[in-house]
Design a binder for this molecule. Structure first.
Ligand SMILES: C[S@@+](CC[C@H](N)C(=O)[O-])C[C@H]1O[C@@H](n2cnc3c(N)ncnc32)[C@H](O)[C@@H]1O
Length: 395
């Protein structure tokens, strides 16, 4: 966890943020005391991000973009969404049907994807958004309202996954990393679960270990069995058990087409690399990254990298095919990001787009850490996004 020295590098909270944070802290303490004095990290993360009206995603902070806490690929450049749209166009040409975007953030990707598809005369029958944050859904509505009528009329917001399976494309950019995860530490040949307890004065949340339950023990054993060497005592990391039912639920909604997930993450053997001793949990606050989830409650994002092997296993279990796995860089290059830059009118615009493209594809930017996985059902076609790289053997 981050020490006081690192805390002092973070910008101070405004009075409003402090008061919000204290209210969420009080809510989490009440839940914790009700649960006997300890909450799993998964439950803590769920409350910190999604407690109604108080959690980071449920409340009103800016969150995404330069004025917020972090910048996602669609916020960094519309080139990302335009490439996604190209992949959608190819699939929709086969399947017809619709697009369903999960966790649409500010709505910027929805707007850019629809605009690109309109330019290609490949509009989906509808563009559905499933968003758990009422506050972000409101923001998405505001942004979509600026689209020309024939486009905005196709956008609908869903409260839950559709009951009737759809044909077409499902998209989720940086959603899997926002699913609450469990945290563990290896101790004396066993695994203990990390979560939130209270300090001696019972008013500050702090990390506290507890015995791991059977589910976590089982998931841990599965992971350890798959690794080339045992993890050292003290090794700390995350396991997102919610990925499996999430993928199963999405799979059940896709009768034919593509489920495309983009996120930062790794195949399992790299995720639980012996040198990655303190895991992948990160907090984002005003463009600063640190690793203490117990501060800035409700005003900072909390994420953990995605174990793409877990995603692939969950998909295969439900009858989906893993049709591609590549770095974001390879995916975007395969879909012609360079061509999009070259087509821009005017040298100034081309130079601006070239800068944005570099950020999306360079290894020190988003190019390597972010991966894209294609999960398909009844879709017998090569996907351009995976033409340049095939990392499926690593899963
Ligand atoms: C890190 S943001 C990414 C936003 C956007 N996709 C982007 O790339 O800019 C995570 C988004 O996922 C949403 N979210 C989290 N869990 C979700 C779930 N189970 N279903 C749908 N959306 C979810 C959040 O409210 C938020 O909009």
């Amino acid at each position: 966890m981050t020490g006081p020295a690192q805390h002092s590098m973070l910008p101070p909270l405004t009075a409003e943020e402090r008061s919000h944070s204290e209210r969420l802290g009080a809510h989490i303490r009440t839940q914790l005391l009700g649960a006997g004095g300890w909450l799993s990290f998964e439950r803590f993360m769920e409350l910190a991000l999604y407690a109604p009206g108080l959690g980071y995603y449920s409340a009103g902070s800016v969150k995404l973009g330069v004025d917020g806490d972090f910048i996602t690929a669609p916020e960094a450049s519309d080139l990302f969404s335009r490439c996604i749209a190209r992949q959608c166009a190819a699939v929709l040409a086969r399947t017809g049907g619709e697009i369903l975007e999960l966790g649409a953030g500010s709505g910027r990707m929805a707007v850019a994807v629809l605009s690109e598809l309109a330019a290609r005369r490949m509009l989906p029958e509808r563009y559905a958004i499933l968003e758990v944050s009422a506050e972000l859904a409101e923001r998405q509505r505001g942004r979509v309202a600026c689209l020309p009528r024939p486009l905005r009329e196709r956008v609908i917001w869903l409260e839950r996954l559709p009951e009737r399976p759809l044909q077409g494309v499902m998209l989720a950019n940086e959603v899997a990393d926002a699913l609450p995860c469990r945290r563990f530490r290896c101790e004396g040949g066993a695994l203990v679960e990390l979560g939130a307890g209270l300090d001696d004065r019972a008013n500050e949340l702090r990390e506290q270990a507890a015995a791991a339950d059977a589910g976590l023990q089982r998931a841990g054993a599965e992971i350890f069995d798959s690794l080339a060497e045992p993890l050292a005592p003290g090794y700390t990391s995350e396991i997102c058990l919610r990925v499996t039912p999430w993928i199963a639920a999405l799979s059940a909604c896709l009768s034919r087409g593509l489920l495309l997930l983009c996120d930062y993450g790794l195949p399992r053997r790299h995720y639980y690399h012996p040198q990655r001793t303190s895991g992948t949990l990160r907090c984002h606050f005003r463009q600063r990254v640190h690793d203490d989830p117990y501060i800035n409650l409700g005003v900072q994002d909390i994420t953990a990298w995605v174990d793409f092997t877990r995603v692939a296993d969950a998909a295969v279990e439900t009858g989906l095919e893993v049709s591609g796995f590549a770095t974001q860089a390879a995916f975007l290059l395969g879909l012609g990001i360079e061509q999009l830059v070259g087509e821009a009118g005017g040298a100034v615009e081309r130079a601006r787009l070239a800068g944005e493209a570099r950020r999306l594809i360079m290894p020190e930017g988003m190019g390597e850490a972010f991966k894209v996985i294609a999960l398909t059902r009844e879709l017998d076609m090569a996907l351009e996004g995976f033409a340049l790289q095939d990392l499926r053997h690593l899963l």
